[in-house]
Design a protein around this ligand. Structure first.
Ligand code: GLC
Length: 525
């Protein structure tokens, strides 16, 4: 196959920085396409225009007048506004006042309808523009209906018959689970439910959009190699591991990058003192400034530990809660936390701040400039996640010279190597079992190591000099695009999709499987 041709890629994500963000998905969607564009491909993004995306603020221009989009047994109009990220990546905003002109992004009772409409409108938009994508790159459950459509209602559509799909899993914990009604909304009722013999029975009785993305995409990937292997097991598979194992020959792991234009300590406008790995002494004032901002005593000799996170169990806050008293009483250090999330963690950390006002500062909010000051001003960065598909915080922290303390899981395991005092190797501290004592031991090791200034300096520099840019990963994504195209065109051995159940009868449907290996850079897991 000719792999030097420039590709047309439609990139679909429900959130994209700087327009709308609730998590790391938005960071990826706001930076990966720029790196793919830089490799010479025509990549364009489409997302809904939520009420909060102000056309004035982002200078959005009308692109397409209202056109009809099939929805349920009717049609609903969509129009398109155009903005951009970077110099030259177009972002198309799907506009429909009834569905999107609301305060928030998710958590509405009609979310299934909203995101199905967005996906369908994005496809019909391509047709309206006469722009035929080679690949549609779908991300997370909000866009997972597209691979399902491509293998059914659009299979023989002259416009889309050669369009391949790549489905990227950012977080398997959010699957988009709905009732049968969703199939009617999506125009898929004649294809019925999907049943897989190894799935829990209750999952076979619902429409799980994430599962459909996995079952129908030409190629699937997740955001680190380790997580791609982990999700094949019941521990990490979020109950979808049986179908992931079925599809493992087309499942890949590609580590995320971070946006070096946004996260660069040498140019960061939000920090007190700019620095880089050749001017490490210029980093110091950031710690003092952060301690002042947080109302903590200005102490250079005490390690300042940061965490920036959604406050949820996924992120290991139950472990922190378990050890916090012992930590505060026996490990000389300061702790600063930024994030929002589950109410019980808000209460817990407010209580901890009251108990240890000189040691702990808690900001229960979302604040991007403060986040950058935390990356720049802390000595250590804590991420004890239960599971972590990739994690961006640890990479940003390392790039800013804050040494990570993480649980060795998913992308954290792929980016942080535990410091070994005998060999001097490593770039951070990590622990294996999800256990409060293991976390505590890692904290103590980090705080002890901090006393050896030369060792610490080496750890900082190693993190700062590592390459977490998107360049390498963007090339891997392009490989996956070519692979998806080959699969769509049936260049590979036909295989069978898992069992379908229509009116209680089992059937099988033909699909395709990649058999040839096109390079070392990407390997199925
Ligand atoms: C999700 C995952 C996180 C990942 C991000 C971007 O938020 O939880 O680990 O870094 O998506 O892929």
């Amino acid at each position: 196959m000719n792999t030097s041709r420039s590709l047309k890629i439609l990139f679909l994500s429900a959130e994209v920085v700087p327009f709308a963000k609730t998590g790391g998905l938005a960071d990826v969607a706001g930076s990966l396409p720029k790196a793919i564009r830089a490799l010479g491909h025509d990549i364009r993004i489409a997302m809904p225009r939520y009420g909060r995306v102000s056309p004035d603020r982002f200078d959005l221009r009308p692109k397409l007048d209202p056109f009809p989009v099939p929805l349920d047994d009717m049609e609903e109009p969509a129009s398109i506004l155009e903005g951009h990220i970077g110099e030259d990546v177009p972002v198309y905003f799907v506009e429909n006042a009834r569905l999107f002109d609301r305060e928030g992004i998710y958590m509405y009772p009609d979310d299934a309808e909203r995101f199905i409409f967005y996906c369908r409108a994005a496809l019909e938009m391509c047709r309206q523009m006469g722009w035929r994508p080679d690949v549609i790159h779908c991300n997370d459950w909000h866009t997972a209906i597209i691979p399902n459509w491509m293998q059914t209602v659009y299979r023989d559509d002259p416009f889309f018959k050669d369009t391949a799909t790549l489905y990227t899993i950012h977080n398997l914990a959010y699957q988009g689970i709905f009732g049968y009604r969703v199939l009617e909304i999506a125009g898929l009722e004649e294809y019925g439910f999907i049943a897989h013999p190894d799935l829990a029975p209750d999952l076979n009785d619902v429409v799980d959009l994430m599962a459909r993305g996995i079952l129908f995409a030409d190629i699937i990937n997740t955001v680190s190699e380790r997580y791609a292997r982990e999700i094949l097991t019941p521990e990490f598979g979020e109950r979808l591991d049986p179908i992931l194992r079925d599809r493992r020959d087309r499942l890949f792991g590609v580590l995320n990058g971070i946006d070096y234009e946004v996260f660069n300590p040498a140019t960061d406008p939000h920090i007190a003192s700019r620095f880089d790995s050749d001017h490490l002494e210029a980093r110091r004032p950031n710690k003092a400034a952060l301690q002042r901002e947080a109302g903590l005593p200005e102490r250079e000799d005490i390690p300042l530990i940061g965490a920036i996170s959604r406050l949820s169990d996924q992120k290991g806050f139950d472990l922190i809660a378990e050890i916090i008293d012992a930590w505060m009483q026996h490990v000389p250090s300061q702790f600063i936390l930024l994030g929002t999330g589950e109410q019980r963690y808000h209460e817990l950390f407010e209580g901890i701040q009251e108990r240890y006002p000189d040691r702990v500062a808690v900001f229960l909010t979302f604040n991007a400039p403060l986040a950058q000051r935390i990356y720049a001003g802390t000595d250590m960065f804590l991420m004890p996640s239960r599971f972590e598909p990739c994690g961006l915080g640890q990479m940003i922290a390392m790039h800013y010279g804050s040494v990570p303390i993480v649980r060795a899981t998913g992308g954290l395991a792929d980016t942080v190597r535990d410091y070994d005092p005998r060999t001097g190797e490593g770039n951070g501290f990590s622990f294996k079992s999800y256990d409060a004592l293991a976390l505590y031991a890692a904290l103590v090791r980090a705080v002890e190591t901090f006393k050896y200034r030369d060792v610490w300096r080496r750890l900082m520099l190693r993190g700062m000099r590592a390459d977490f840019s998107w360049q390498r990963s963007a090339r891997k994504y392009v490989d996956l695009y070519y692979r998806a195209i080959a699969t769509r065109r049936g260049a590979h051995r036909p295989e069978e999709y898992p069992t379908w159940r229509r009116d209680g009868t089992a059937e099988r449907m033909g699909g395709h499987q990649v058999v040839e290996d096109e390079g070392e850079s990407n390997r199925g897991v």
